[in-house]
Structures are given as structure tokens and as C-alpha cells.
Ligand binder design. Structure first.
Ligand code: ZN
Length: 201
């Protein structure tokens, strides 16, 4: 039984629920916070407080955004004829770091996972189809950039079948990313090669 005051215990419990954070790390976070000035903590809590109200989804690609459209969709220099389909915002960030992709994105919000009940309806697949329907004559390529794991593969197969009638070139990242790995943790050279060597499906 922890002897810490209730408030500390509650915060440790709250941090323990963060992905990849165990109770020991959660404890270290809380003690780190206790050492900060009140001003620092006020700043941090106001950021957290505003997170849900200020961060919106881009209505075009579902990337996080502060305004209506995200910074990528709002950028006139991006090539709108290529859409790169990713699972989450972290994957988009990883691809942006590579700095060789100038198209736009579509964020699915996850990958298909029967065990966890993630069905096509729970992802932004309908929105992707609608987007393609609206702009299809101008779209030249759809890149499926999903994790090389079971869920990613399932999603690639599903989307390939679904998007076939549009007769748009559909590609996927080249092999080379370690199987079962996460795009967001891939190093820039590996990711750049995977993008460069993408192949049609
Ligand atoms: Zn966008």
C-alpha cells in the first residue's frame, strides 16, 4: 500500500495508464512535476486543459489541426494528386521527417483489428472513399503506408480491394521495413527507401 498522499497516488495512477509508462516511471514523472515552479505547472495544465477544445481534425485528411484545414492541406505547394494513407498522426510525422514526400495524406485513425473490434466502420475508410469520389479524376496515386504487421497487411488488402474500381494507381511501401515494426520508429533512411521503392498492388 502506497504511503504517498492521495493526490500523488492519483497522479501516479493516471500516468501509469499512459502507453509504455509503468508505475515506477509514473512515480518519477510526479516527483519531477513536484519540483517544478507553480508557473510551469500552470502552463502545463492549461495546455492539457485546452488540448481537446483547441485541437481539431482537418476535415480533409483528419490530421490534427488548430484551424479548419491542417498545415499540409492548407499548403498550396503540396501535390494533391497523391494521397498517402496512414494509420495515425505519428506515421504522418515519421514520413514528413523523411522530407521527400510532397503529396497529401489521409489518416485512417488506426488499422483493422478483428480481435479489438476495429472494423472498417470504425476507421475513416468511408471518408477516404468519399474524398476519392469527389476528386478522383485528379488523383494519380494512392500510397498505402501502413505498418508491416498483421493489422497493417489486413488493412492494405481491404483497401486495395475496395479502391480497385476507381482505377487509380495504388501502391504500398517497399519491403525493407522490419516485419511487425512501427512506421513511426523506422529510421529515416529505411523509411525513405520504403517510400522510394513503393510498388503497385
Ligand atoms: Zn489535412
Amino acid at each position: 500500500m502506497s504511503r504517498y498522499p492521495f493526490l500523488i497516488q492519483r497522479l501516479i495512477e493516471a500516468f501509469s495508464r499512459f502507453p509504455g509508462v509503468g508505475p515506477k516511471t509514473a512515480e518519477r514523472f510526479v516527483f519531477y512535476l513536484l519540483k517544478q515552479s507553480k508557473q510551469e505547472l500552470d502552463n502545463l495544465s492549461s495546455i492539457i486543459k485546452n488540448l481537446k477544445t483547441e485541437i481539431k481534425f482537418c476535415p480533409n485528411c483528419f490530421n490534427f489541426s488548430l484551424n479548419n484545414f491542417c498545415s499540409i492541406c492548407a499548403d498550396p505547394k503540396r501535390d494533391r494528386t497523391t494521397i498517402c494513407v496512414v494509420a495515425e498522426a505519428q506515421d504522418l510525422e515519421a514520413l514528413e521527417r523523411v522530407n521527400t514526400y510532397y503529396g497529401v495524406y489521409h489518416l485512417l485513425g488506426g488499422t483493422l483489428n478483428a480481435l479489438e473490434g476495429i472494423t472498417p466502420k470504425k476507421l475513416r475508410i468511408k471518408e477516404l472513399v468519399e474524398r476519392i469520389e469527389k476528386t478522383s479524376p485528379s488523383i494519380q496515386e494512392i500510397i498505402l503506408a501502413l505498418n508491416p504487421d498483421l493489422e497493417g497487411e489486413t488493412t492494405v488488402l481491404y483497401l486495395t480491394k475496395l479502391l480497385k474500381p476507381f482505377k487509380i494507381k495504388i501502391t504500398r511501401l517497399a519491403r525493407g521495413l522490419p516485419t511487425g515494426s512501427d512506421l513511426e520508429y523506422a529510421d529515416e533512411i529505411t523509411l525513405s527507401n520504403a517510400l522510394e521503392g513503393r510498388r503497385e498492388v
